[in-house]
Design a protein around this ligand. Structure first.
Ligand code: SF4
Length: 422
């Protein structure tokens, strides 16, 4: 009801009052249920075949250190580049990367003047400071809503042996599989530095199959999103084969992170992707007009996006708009993107707003530009409140991705012990 009103541009205060009453009633109902629930003796959890241990009770879930101030593990951005070059040239053996933690330093996460900052000092390259959240209260709320970790990863020694960055709990929500570093665009920013590094890197189809096989070879065996990426993944000669193989392995959320050009140009390609098992796309989408897309260097890029969305909808592939937000470039247009998605709700499933990360092409950005362009999710919630007439409240309407676990936990129980996947 509320979203229908929003889609038509009517902010219905009656609907909002109704939502508040429903929310209060649900809160009271939950408290009453818990009062009775705690009096009943605890039952045994089921042990599903896809997990190595019985389903976790809420009090058995652990959490990493949260809140601020706190110390965390981090990297020196300058050491990272020299270590990476050393690995590529063979001067630094992979074992050193895995076992000796080169480039790793400690960082302090602190609250200063209402913001949350990360401060760290490399003995060789000096001090680094950056902003994690422009509103400390928002980050505090999101951390407080953390649902708790999944199972410890089990039977996984053959895949998880990467040193500090090993996955230790659960399995993440998205497996990104890069198919190529080629691209039919030459953007700035580009997290991947596609087209620029002087060589083509494309794993073989055999490599890609191995990655997908490995993804189901340990526990917990959960359904995750398979995100084919790049570069532009649709340029890979075996893109459709990779989609079909992921489907054969049993994944059903199979997506491509794409600039949309191939889908806009070729409806037959859209049909072939759907037939191979493609469920959706993460479509690069920086704004609802040519001006907000022009920094990518293609004159009619917004038209291309519209055509891609039409073609994809016509074959039944879901579209997630993916907006890289660069402060002072396109953050003023994110409210229009929400309105665009609401007006096209039959074609657009979700929006993924992602603040720019200075990697790939932007790894050597100057401090001055980094400070000016840095954007945080906390800032996004305030911009959306301002641009959408106050309907979205930063301290009320935003939840961490881990909140999904509340629903998946119920599904884990309902599906029972014999379910093939969590
Ligand atoms: S940002 Fe995406 S579309 Fe642009 S050059 Fe990089 S990989 Fe290609």
């Amino acid at each position: 009801m509320f979203s229908d009103n929003f889609r038509r541009g009517e902010v219905n205060t009656k609907g909002m009052a109704g939502s508040k009453i429903a929310s209060k009633a649900a809160d009271l109902g939950w408290k009453a249920f818990q009062a009775v629930n705690t009096l009943i003796p605890e039952g045994e959890s089921i042990k599903p075949s896809w997990a190595a241990e019985p389903l976790l009770k809420s009090y058995e879930r652990t959490a990493p250190p949260l809140g601020f101030p706190r110390e965390t593990d981090s990297l020196c951005p300058t050491c990272v580049k020299s270590v990476r070059n050393g690995v590529i040239t063979g001067e630094i053996p992979l074992e050193i990367l895995k076992d000796s933690h080169p480039g790793e330093i400690k960082a302090q996460i602190v609250e200063e003047n209402g913001q949350v900052l990360m401060r760290k000092t490399c003995p060789t390259h000096g001090e680094f400071v950056d902003v994690l959240a422009t509103d400390a209260r928002f980050l505090q709320r999101i951390e407080d809503l953390f649902f708790g970790r999944d199972f410890k990863s089990a039977e996984d020694k053959h895949v998880h042996h990467h040193g500090t960055s090993d996955i230790k709990f659960g399995r993440g929500a998205v497996l990104t599989v890069d198919l190529t570093n080629r691209c039919n665009m030459m953007c700035n920013p580009c997290f991947m530095d596609a087209n620029q590094v002087g060589y083509v890197h494309e794993p073989t189809f055999g490599d890609t199959k191995q990655i997908l096989d490995n993804a189901v070879s340990f526990k917990p065996k959960r359904q995750i999103i398979i995100l084919f990426s790049g570069g532009e993944p649709t340029l890979s000669p075996y893109f459709l084969d990779a989609v079909a193989y992921a489907k054969k392995v049993g994944f059903y959320r199979i997506l491509a992170a794409t600039n949309g050009i191939r889908y806009a140009e070729d409806i037959e390609f859209c049909k072939a992707a759907k037939a191979a098992g493609q469920h959706g796309v993460y479509l690069q989408f920086d704004g609802t007009n040519e001006e907000d897309n022009k920094h990518r260097g293609v004159g009619n890029l917004f038209d291309v996006k519209l055509k891609a969305i039409e073609n994809l909808a016509s074959v039944g592939i879901k579209v997630t708009l993916v907006t890289t937000i660069v402060n002072s470039w396109n953050n003023n247009g994110i409210g229009s993107i929400v309105k665009f998605a609401a007006e096209n709700i039959d074609k657009v499933q979700t929006i993924a707003f992602q603040p720019v990360s200075f990697t790939g092409r932007d790894e050597d950005i100057s401090d001055k530009d980094r400070i000016a362009q840095r954007y945080t999710l906390a800032g996004m919630t305030h911009d959306l409140k301002d641009q959408l007439g106050g309907v979205l409240e930063p301290m009320r309407d935003w939840f961490p991705l881990s909140s999904y676990s509340a629903f998946t936990s119920v599904m884990d129980m309902l599906q029972g012990a014999d379910a093939p996947w969590g």
